[in-house]
Write a protein that binds this ligand. Structure first.
Ligand SMILES: [Zn+2]
Length: 110
């Protein structure tokens, strides 16, 4: 990967980090405890609890992605940046553009 590609990718990582942080904030609000006296019907409350666990799972993934994006920014100038952590092959640029937090190549991730 050359410096120009790294610069492009750094912008992409920063853009994605902003998206992830905004989403984390939204989900943090959506995963606050559901108060029992919210005046919801039984079914609605059940739905609220299901939504909450879906949101919690999404929040968990986003926090993980946020960590990996941060690591990518820290490591981007290293010569081995963009290499698959499993097989050591260079991860395709298209994949890194689409998923800048990738640490695995397409083959190893699937
Ligand atoms: Zn690989």
């Amino acid at each position: 990967m050359n410096d120009e590609q790294k610069n492009t990718l750094r912008d992409r990582i920063l853009d994605r980090s902003v998206e992830v942080e905004i989403r984390i904030e939204q989900l943090r609000e959506a995963t606050l405890p559901i108060s029992p006296d919210k005046g919801l019907g039984r079914l609605t409350r059940l739905e609220a609890i299901q939504d909450k666990s879906v949101n919690e799972a999404a929040l968990e993934r986003l926090r993980d992605e946020s960590t990996r994006l941060h690591n990518a920014l820290v490591n981007i100038m290293r010569p081995d940046f963009g290499n698959c952590q499993n097989c050591g092959q260079q991860i395709a640029m298209e994949r890194l553009q689409a998923l800048p937090a990738s640490t695995l190549c397409m083959e190893c991730a699937s």
